[in-house]
Design a protein around this ligand. Structure first.
Ligand code: SDX
Length: 431
């Protein structure tokens, strides 16, 4: 953060206050209000944090108007095209492109931590078979704090590193186990001779009764989905992880909190909600009816997979995802997939509609990821767990950045109180 000599003047009730203006390396300037309450006795008010910078960070930058997403300065379309998920994990965690030796070492460390403690298998058996896999993941990831005591002293950089590798390595295994448990099939152990995405597909789809060969086009598409979901600045679930960890809480418990927040349909749950919406629409001729409902202020219905808090032109991830969707569907011979036909026509009609154009609502990352995952054979209930597997590296990178900040303070927002002022209690016999 570059301290600047610029200031903003705030005047009210005959008083004037100078607020320092901090200038970033990219994006808008920020007004530093850290001393505002002490000096002026007032709070700022910003439910939903639409105009609030909660922290400074060097990890990910988004320009919502330009549709730009950078990870440590590297554009997402270049990373999706030329890199792969574990290398993107390295970039997010350590800030630079790895040398061949650094990448080999990092991939080996992740690969050798993909198994979970054998006793943790018992946790799954405590859930109903029809439990949503996100509920299982919140429980099992939180339970990692009861197993891995040797990596929870967050003041120790080495233990922070071990916890980071463990989480990135074990999330695919836990997500695949949640899926297998929900369909009554045996757990499949990870294999060290497979890359991250291929390992995940095999843990999800192989069965003891048959050989399973990973299709390279599907594993490439899976890896790309992981890359496109890896991190996204201070979104709701990342902010949840940052707030939880600001109290010094156990890192595994903080990531479980992030998983819980991601589950919501307005956030990571949108890919599941989007497929369910496409199913409800059912056919192209019903699209106008649903677009009308999305525009109707009296109807709570929204087009799932459309709109974004930050992107106000297009989501760069959706552009890459759309290309991947066509590749996967061409491969799987499901180009006549009714949901994809509805998705493509819905995108076309919505983008031509003045309501969506004026409000800058367009397909986001969740719109096409659901199509690809469904074509791969995942049930909609597994879409958000897959998002959580990918976003774990983002949560961890932001967690590490915050924990290692010597200026770290516990997050403690204030409020605009609109309740009763002080009044005396009245005994029950006097009421
Ligand atoms: C993710 O934050 C991130 O970075 C998230 C994410 C990540 O990688 O972490 O990118 C992942 O969460 C992507 C978003 C997935 N969610 C959905 O697809 C759910 C559907 N989208 C909406 O719920 C909504 O667009 C949000 C939640 C994504 C954004 O909401 P905002 O920024 O708070 O916008 P808003 O609710 O104030 O809406 C602005 C206007 C409103 O109309 P007015 O009140 O101004 O008249 O646009 C309308 C809304 O009614 N609107 C929609 C709409 N989204 C917004 N109308 C119809 N359909 C929609 N999808």
């Amino acid at each position: 953060m570059t301290e600047s000599t610029k200031t903003a003047t705030l005047s009210f009730d005959g008083k004037t206050f100078e607020l320092p203006i901090l200038s970033p390396t990219a994006g808008p300037d920020v007004l530093d209000i850290r001393k505002l309450y002490a000096q002026a006795g007032v709070f700022t008010y910003d439910p939903g944090f639409t105009s609030t910078a909660s922290c400074d960070s060097t990890i990910t930058f988004i320009d919502g108007d330009k549709g730009e997403l950078l990870h440590r300065g590297y554009p997402i379309d270049q990373l999706a095209e030329s890199s792969h998920f574990l290398e993107v994990c390295y970039i997010l965690l350590y800030g630079e492109l790895p040398s061949p030796a650094e990448l080999e070492d990092f991939e080996a460390r992740v690969t050798n931590h993909t198994m979970i403690h054998e006793q943790m298998h018992n946790f799954f058996r405590g859930f109903r078979r029809d439990a949503h896999p996100m509920a299982t993941m919140v429980g099992v990831v939180g339970a990692m704090s009861a197993f891995y005591h040797d990596s929870t002293d967050i003041s120790d950089p080495w233990q922070r590193e071990v916890a980071s590798i463990r989480l990135i390595a074990k999330m695919p295994t836990i997500a695949a186990m949640a899926y297998k448990y929900s369909i009554g099939q045996p757990f499949v152990y990870p294999r060290n001779d497979l890359d991250y995405a291929s390992n995940f597909l095999r843990m999800c789809f192989s069965v003891p009764a048959a050989e399973y060969e990973v299709n390279p086009i599907l594993s490439r598409a899976m890896d790309r989905i992981f890359t496109l979901h890896a991190d996204h600045e201070q979104n709701a679930s990342t902010s949840t992880v940052r707030l939880a960890s600001s109290s010094g809480a156990n890192p595994f418990a903080c990531i479980a909190a992030g998983i819980a927040c991601l589950w919501g349909p307005a956030h990571g749950g949108a890919n599941q909600a989007c497929l369910e919406m496409l199913e409800e629409i059912g056919s192209v001729d019903r699209i106008p009816e649903f677009i009308a409902r999305a525009k109707d202020k009296n109807d709570p219905f929204r087009l799932m997979g459309f709109g974004h808090r930050v992107y106000k032109n297009f989501d760069p991830r959706a552009s890459v995802m759309k290309k991947s969707a066509d590749e996967v569907l061409d491969l799987l011979g499901v180009e006549d997939n009714p949901k994809l036909q509805v998705a493509k026509e819905l995108e076309k009609q919505a983008l031509e509609d003045p309501y969506f154009k004026d409000k800058k609502l367009f397909p986001n990352v969740d719109f096409y990821s659901g199509i690809i995952l469904e074509a791969m054979g995942f049930p909609t209930s597994m879409f958000t767990p897959i998002f959580a597997v990918a976003r774990t590296v983002g949560w961890i990178s932001q967690w590490k950045e915050q924990i290692s900040d010597p200026q770290l303070k516990i997050g403690r927002p204030r409020q605009l109180y609109l309740g009763e002022t002080a009044r005396d209690y009245s005994d029950i016999e006097n009421r």
